[in-house]
Design a binder for this molecule. Structure first.
Ligand code: ATP
Ligand code: MN
Length: 536
């Protein structure tokens, strides 16, 4: 085995980020080498399809309350400070990083050179230094992979240091608890400690791009998936977690651009990433064949369970978390766009998982409604699997991704508004959530129906059908759609108790209105008039 040349002290890390006195440095190992290390260290095992299964530890999801941004000259007046972007002082950052470096002394570390943004004009080189082999492999799966030639002269712009084993001490370090993820735009570093959840690495760079692209390059960054049809038409799918971005963008009839993070420049939509990160809870080959088949050697499964006495994955096992995941390089999906770039979108879908069962499964938005819903960023989550909790909780997350936005939402809205103006881009609102009643009474929209509605929209089959308007939300929905029973298109019609529907719709409408109050002062009358009208 030839690990030499990849092993030993390389002074690059010392120069750039002051990381010296490490143990071995393993540079850009192949997936096979990383899988071997993970298994040898007792941190993972192979499944019967060759995927690596690991556990991320105490954290099986991101920890938004422990995500900080260094507040200094560069960021003080540009970042949208608050609960999402929590201030951290430059001095405290340095002190914490020093303690982290002390922790890493003598430790073997994995180094990965990668980049973000498939569009060369916006390429961002990243060097990821991780404590575990599997999180290094995650970075390799999720970011774009340089060629051997590119690796020879690789010049990193941003550095990520990820040490799940290093626990901060709030009393000394000024963190909230032992885990943290801190973005430093001046030093161009992300430091992560106390958590092994891989999503912190991925969404850390997403947050960085959500700052750089709109702020410095006038490019709209988007929390969305994207794909391309036979005619070269691009579609993007915005949505919060669990609303269907990954699932619905994998479509055998359309080439995948990416499943989660994109930029919209003058005439292009480009993927930030080089991989996908799909949910695997209750995954089946029948419902999601492309994702299912991507789970092979090179893919990393997180926090899954196995069927008794076997190495066959039990996708129904939620004993560790509901948020079981798999990461894989994007080329594990067979019909992808190469490179991961499309033209400006012809269709935009806003995905919401409305657990109240109020929003139509598909509706066509006016430009004003599009802006209103973009800024609202509505979805309703089903309250976990906790016993006794039956009420879904409403979430409004601006631009369908407030948790990753370093700038004020108005910035992204302004960019989207400019892009929509004077075009015939169609914007659709899709409810992938409940029908026939709220959570507990109704049921989740069948995936096959949602897919059919999206296909119909994309192929122009909803252009010349009749539409009806939903009261309160004023949403225009088609009265017929190929391969979908007509009776489900009007949500009110699916409820046995119409007055219960009206009450729920009103209630949700007032939550929309209340949430929007904070934007009202700076928002145009036209957009404000797209708000739902609460009936009395
Ligand atoms: P994240 O931002 O966390 O990656 P996401 O938007 O990519 O979230 P998906 O991974 O696509 O979300 O998750 C959608 C989940 O909902 C999948 O597990 C999918 O099988 C399930 N699902 C059930 N019904 C539908 C439906 N009608 N439309 C879309 N997804 C559905
Ligand atoms: Mn996803």
């Amino acid at each position: 085995m030839d690990l030499f040349g990849k092993l030993g002290q390389n002074t690059d890390l010392q120069g750039a980020i002051g990381l010296d006195n490490l143990g071995n440095q393993f540079w850009n190992l192949t997936p096979a080498e990383l899988v071997e290390d993970a298994i040898l260290m007792g941190q993972g095992m192979l499944t019967d399809t060759g995927a690596l299964a690991i556990e991320t530890g105490e954290f099986t999801g991101r920890s938004p309350k422990d995500r900080f941004v260094v507040c200094d000259e560069k960021t003080e007046n540009s970042v949208w400070w608050g609960d999402v972007n929590i201030k951290f002082s430059p001095e405290k950052f340095d002190a914490l990083y020093n303690r982290m470096k002390a922790y890493l002394t003598g430790k073997d570390m994995y180094v990965r050179d990668a980049y973000a943004c498939a569009d060369d004009n916006h390429r961002l080189n990243i060097r990821v230094v991780t404590e575990t082999a599997w999180s290094n492999m995650f970075a390799s799966n999720m970011f774009l992979r340089p060629t051997d030639d590119e690796l020879e002269n690789f010049n990193p712009e941003w550095h990520i240091v990820c040490a799940p084993g290093f626990k901060a001490d709030p009393a000394i370090d000024g963190t909230r608890q032992a885990n943290f993820a801190i973005l430093n735009f001046t030093k161009k570093m992300i430091i992560i400690g106390g958590t092994g959840y891989t999503g912190e690495i991925k969404k850390g760079i997403f947050s960085v791009l959500n700052y750089i692209l709109p702020h410095e390059k006038n490019v709209l960054s988007m929390h969305c998936s994207a794909n391309i049809g036979h005619d070269g038409d691009t579609a993007v799918f915005f949505g919060l977690s669990g609303t269907g971005k990954t699932t619905l963008s994998s479509d055998p009839d359309r080439r995948l651009i990416g499943d989660d993070e994109h930029g919209w420049a003058d005439n292009t939509v480009f993927n930030f990433e080089g991989g996908c990160y799909a949910k695997t809870i209750d995954l089946s080959r029948e419902k999601e064949p492309q994702i299912f088949d991507a789970i092979k050697f090179g893919a990393i499964l997180e926090n899954i369970g196995f069927k008794e006495g076997s190495s066959e994955v039990d996708y129904s096992d939620n004993s560790i978390t509901e948020n079981t995941r798999v990461s894989y390089p994007i080329d594990y999906i067979d019909n992808i766009a190469v490179p991961s770039i499309g033209s400006s979108p012809k269709n935009i879908f806003f995905l919401t998982c409305d657990a109240f069962g109020v929003i139509p499964p598909i509706s066509r938005l006016t430009k004003e409604q599009a802006m209103y819903h973009f800024m609202s960023g509505y979805t309703a989550k089903v309250a976990g699997t906790e016993m006794g909790i039956t009420e879904p909780t409403t979430t409004f997350s601006a631009c369908f991704g407030a948790a990753f936005l370093p700038l004020h939402p108005a910035k992204y809205a302004e960019l989207l508004g400019n892009k929509l103006e004077g075009t015939d881009i169609k914007v659709w609102l899709i409810n992938t959530g409940w029908t026939g009643g709220s959570y507990g009474v109704g049921s989740r929209m069948k995936l096959s129906y949602t897919r059919s509605m999206i296909t119909a929209a994309l192929t122009g089959k909803l252009d010349n059908v009749s539409y009806e308007k939903l009261p309160v939300f004023d949403l225009e929905f088609p009265t017929s759609c190929e391969n979908v029973p007509s009776e489900i298109l009007n949500p009110r019609g699916t409820w046995a108790d119409k007055s219960a529907y009206d009450e729920k719709a009103n209630n949700l409408a007032s939550q929309f209105v209340k949430n929007f109050e904070k934007y009202a002062a700076e928002t145009s009358e036209a957009i404000l008039s797209a708000a739902p009208k609460v009936m009395v």
